[in-house]
Design a protein around this ligand. Structure first.
Ligand code: B12
Ligand code: SF4
Length: 437
């Protein structure tokens, strides 16, 4: 389940399950953002994937199917971290990766003896596979693929480390086959940290170059990407055009407290310059709400983002997702304002901030978007990057760059509008819920 009509990465988890399902079963993927759920049709089993902000919607769907006596299975990040909660709404919950348990679920369903909880006991590596072709409607989604799972860093607000206990890479032959099967020229690598294993990356990028895949790709990247020049050059040669960079904060203290040790604020400018010098568009992500953040953090971050000349930017509120260290800390400190998961979307403040009120934090987020895109953002800054460059390079790079930035702004605009609407409407609902009864 996704919650936005505008951000269109395909639901790869469901594509993965569909590919794992033997051909004796007919499979359909339905995305509730684009399609109405056909409750009235006949189904043998319904699998639902859920992150935290859409958990309640997933539960409601599961319950409706249950009323119709259709077996339901919940999986994904939220059910994996809160299986007991999820099990109240579905017949079964799959904890963690489905690769090694999905066949058991299907067999048990066939024999009408679904278990309440399934988990990959040995936490073994799920065998990577070549996704079935034609699973996702190109009208809704851009091509995307996940080649590695997990991350070797340990940021306290992130769910990845708990979900994927081991860092896993897809064998290069399979990775190439998957990439080859994707239509179109542009691909989003959804990997959380593709660059953890330098020697794998170099082999992968060299193989992509040799196979002349001719794809342009973008990815989330850590600041450490620029530490390995050989890997970076190969990445660019293989088609890397844009990075979403998790800078998170301009306060070194906040980064240290969050165990984001790899991020050094003093290096941010150099990292962005290096990426720009390689022709890569850079979109930093920042979080607001750290304990060190005071009321001036918004203006200072917007100024910083403009000053380092990034191509676009995205801001979120720090959110204590279940399963993270941050969640446990806030729970222990009695700082969680709500466990209504609808509000765990990165736009609502769901905890007691240290140095401002929740409303101030939310307003600050909204005004940061407004400020950056209204005041600081200029296409001219991006054009300046081409000054002094050869005409040939400009002709090659510019279309990819504008494609990326244009796409990003198209994606961010509805989020900002949603935020504005939510500040006016949901905030009231939210406070009503929090008000003492
Ligand atoms: C691409 C992506 C997006 C895309 C949408 C993707 C989509 N169509 O679903 C966009 C950009 C829209 C997006 C938005 C957001 N995202 Co996002 N996103 C991702 C990302 C990077 C990849 C998702 C993916 O395709 N994974 C590949 C599949 C194959 O892996 P998987 O989902 O883990 O599936 C495996 C298992 O979980 C399990 N499984 C999953 N579902 C099911 C279902 C059943 C029935 C079964 C049996 C098993 C099962 O089996 C699968 C195979 O082993 C993930 C990180 C990640 N590594 O997954 C974050 C992630 C899911 N996003 C996250 C967040 C927080 C958000 C946002 C709130 C933004 C924000 N503020 O940060 C929004 C909210 C979106 C929403 N409504 O859910 C968090 C979720 C944390 C949580 N506890 O819920 C993650 C984990 C990132 C993180 N670092 O914490 N996201
Ligand atoms: S570097 Fe990114 S993916 Fe890795 S733990 Fe930190 S936030 Fe999560």
């Amino acid at each position: 389940m996704q919650s936005s009509k505008f951000l269109r990465a395909p639901p790869l988890a469901l594509g993965f399950l569909a590919t794992l399902t033997p051909s004796e079963f007919e499979v359909r993927i339905i995305d509730n953002d684009f399609e109405t759920i056909p409750y009235e049709e006949e189904w043998d089993l319904v699998g639902i994937t859920a992150t935290t902000p859409v958990a309640k919607r997933a539960y409601a769907i599961a319950e409706r199917f249950r009323v119709l006596n259709i077996p339901t299975v919940l999986g994904g990040f939220h059910p994996s971290f809160l299986p007991e909660e999820s099990a109240q709404f579905a017949d079964s919950v799959v904890i963690g990766e489905a690769g090694n348990v999905w066949h058991r679920v299907l067999n048990d369903c066939k024999e009408n003896k679904l278990k309440k909880i399934y988990r990959d006991e040995n936490n073994s590596r799920a065998s990577p596979l070549v996704l079935r072709k034609g699973l996702f409607n190109p009208k809704f989604y851009y091509p995307a693929i996940q080649l590695t799972k997990g991350c070797t860093f340990k940021c306290s607000f992130c769910s990845i480390r708990k979900m994927y206990k081991k860092y896993q890479v897809m064998p290069i032959k399979l990775a190439l086959q998957n990439l080859y099967n994707l239509r179109g020229k542009h691909v989003y690598f959804v990997d959380d940290n593709l660059f953890c294993n330098g020697s794998y990356c170099k082999k992968l990028f060299k193989s992509m170059i040799e196979a002349r895949l001719n794809k342009k790709w973008w990815v989330q990247a850590p600041v450490t990407l620029t530490d390995n020049d050989e890997m970076l050059k190969l990445a660019v040669e293989s088609g890397l055009i844009s990075c979403q960079l998790g800078l998170e904060s301009i306060s070194q203290e906040a980064l240290l407290n969050s165990r984001k040790y790899q991020n050094k604020v003093s290096n941010f400018r150099r990292v962005i310059k290096t990426l720009h010098d390689h022709g890569i568009t850079v979109v930093p992500f920042f979080l607001f709400g750290f304990d060190t953040d005071k009321k001036d953090v918004f203006a200072r971050t917007v100024d910083f983002a403009s000053d380092i000349e990034c191509d676009a930017v995205a801001f979120w509120l720090l959110t204590p997702f279940p399963g993270t260290e941050l969640f446990d800390d806030f729970q222990r400190q009695d700082r969680l304002l709500t466990k209504d998961w609808d509000f765990y979307d990165g736009y609502h403040c769901v905890f007691k901030p240290r140095n401002m009120t929740p409303e101030e934090l939310e307003n600050g987020l909204y005004h940061s978007f407004e400020d950056f895109y209204g005041r600081s953002f200029k296409f001219q800054t991006i054009l300046n990057r081409f000054k002094g460059k050869q005409m040939r390079r400009m002709v090659l790079e510019a279309p990819a760059l504008f494609y990326q930035v244009g796409n990003l702004i198209k994606n961010i605009t509805p989020s900002i509008n949603r935020l504005k609407r939510s500040l006016l409407r949901d905030r009231a609902v939210f406070h009503q819920k929090l008000a003492p009864k």
